[in-house]
Ligand binder design. Structure first.
Ligand SMILES: *Cc1c(COP(=O)(O)O)cnc(C)c1O
Length: 331
């Protein structure tokens, strides 16, 4: 199986690729553990970077192919996915509607501020941060003569998953020596992990993909693992791949969700501070801060061997730092 299967899929160029792959020398020394690298998808472009641009390149390729003329998506108030979708819409000259959780803030900060600068229409949906209100909005836009494309929650559909199959090939092309023994990512809506897992199996790489669950609600409802398997199965069916994929291949760690989605605690604070002060790299409060806290815990508890080569995937999210000034300012 070659990478040619991805080339035939419609794809727009929206980000800056390949993103840098860097060694974390000072963090390695500090932890005295395995070799550590970081994949800088925080530098992927499209209005301050992040993992969603990889999915959007394929999703909006599909939208364009279908002749759609406006975008709808949903997320939390500080959704990076919504911000990158708004930026892509601006670039393509399409109206963009964001269905955001919560109520309109008195003062826009972080991603919400950027959504507004990017010209998106914000709809505040209270408890409904996962797109529950999309069908009603879509119907009303259709009535007004639009042909909306609904970008799935977190960009996680079969099409979005293509972005992270492609991403693993990108890493393989960047390394000259042996493949990574582990890749650690923050996992939430599923396509990042599904794409990496599927690519790892397809190209038979000796790499374990470790997802750090960041959303307590998902853990309680036991949903994410099923979502990842479903996304992988849809891809296998679409390309008629001779691969078996089941939940035993999905490694999800669910001990790091703290007080729930988007709540910064001591582990996230430590991870953000350590990376900033040792490496000059900014993590985000919701996803990568939590995933790095998980990785630090795994290293300290001897999960890896000294000769392991671990890649931490920086999936972005840094604009949210500015919405967490109270939680992150030094006391
Ligand atoms: C969306 C997001 C993730 C999670 O990716 P999924 O594909 O939704 O699991 C991780 N980190 C950041 C910064 C994100 O915005």
């Amino acid at each position: 199986m070659t990478e040619s299967l991805l080339i035939t899929e419609p794809r727009l160029s929206l980000g800056h690729f390949p993103t840098p792959l860097e060694r974390l020398t000072r963090l390695e020394q500090h932890l005295n553990g395995p070799t550590l690298y970081i994949k800088r998808d925080d530098l992927s472009g499209l209005a301050m970077g992040g993992n969603k641009v990889r999915k959007l390149e394929f999703l909006l390729g599909e939208a364009q192919q279908q002749g759609c003329d406006c975008l709808i998506t949903a997320g939390a108030a500080q959704s990076n996915h919504c911000r990158q979708t708004a930026a892509a819409a601006a670039r393509l000259g399409m109206p963009c509607h964001l269905m955001l959780g919560g109520a309109a803030p008195a003062r826009s900060q972080g991603n919400t501020l950027l959504d507004q600068l990017l010209g998106a229409n914000l709809h505040w949906c209270g408890e409904h941060r996962k797109g529950e209100d999309i069908p009603a909005l879509k119907a009303s836009l259709v009535q007004q003569g639009f042909k909306p494309y609904v970008v799935p929650y977190g960009g996680s559909s079969r099409t979005g998953t293509l972005g992270f199959m492609q991403a693993l090939l990108e890493v393989q092309q960047q390394i000259e020596t042996t493949a990574f023994s582990h890749i650690v990512i923050a996992s939430s809506s599923g396509a990042t992990q599904a794409g990496l897992c599927l690519a790892q199996q397809l190209w038979q790489l000796p790499t374990q993909i470790l997802g750090i669950h960041i959303d307590k609600e998902e853990v309680l409802n036991d949903q994410l693992q099923h979502t990842i398997v479903r996304l992988a199965e849809a891809q296998i069916e679409y390309f008629k791949l001779s691969l078996q994929f089941d939940s035993t291949q999905v490694h999800l760690l669910d001990g790091y969700t703290g007080a729930g989605y988007g709540v910064v605690g001591e582990p996230e604070r430590e991870a953000i501070n350590l990376m900033a002060k040792l490496e000059g790299i900014l993590l985000d409060p919701v996803y990568t801060g939590r995933a790095m806290a998980g990785l630090l815990d795994l290293i300290r508890n001897g999960r890896f061997n000294a000769d392991d080569r671990v890649l931490f995937w920086h999936t972005g999210g840094t604009p949210a730092l500015f919405a967490y000034a109270d939680e992150l300012s030094p006391a």
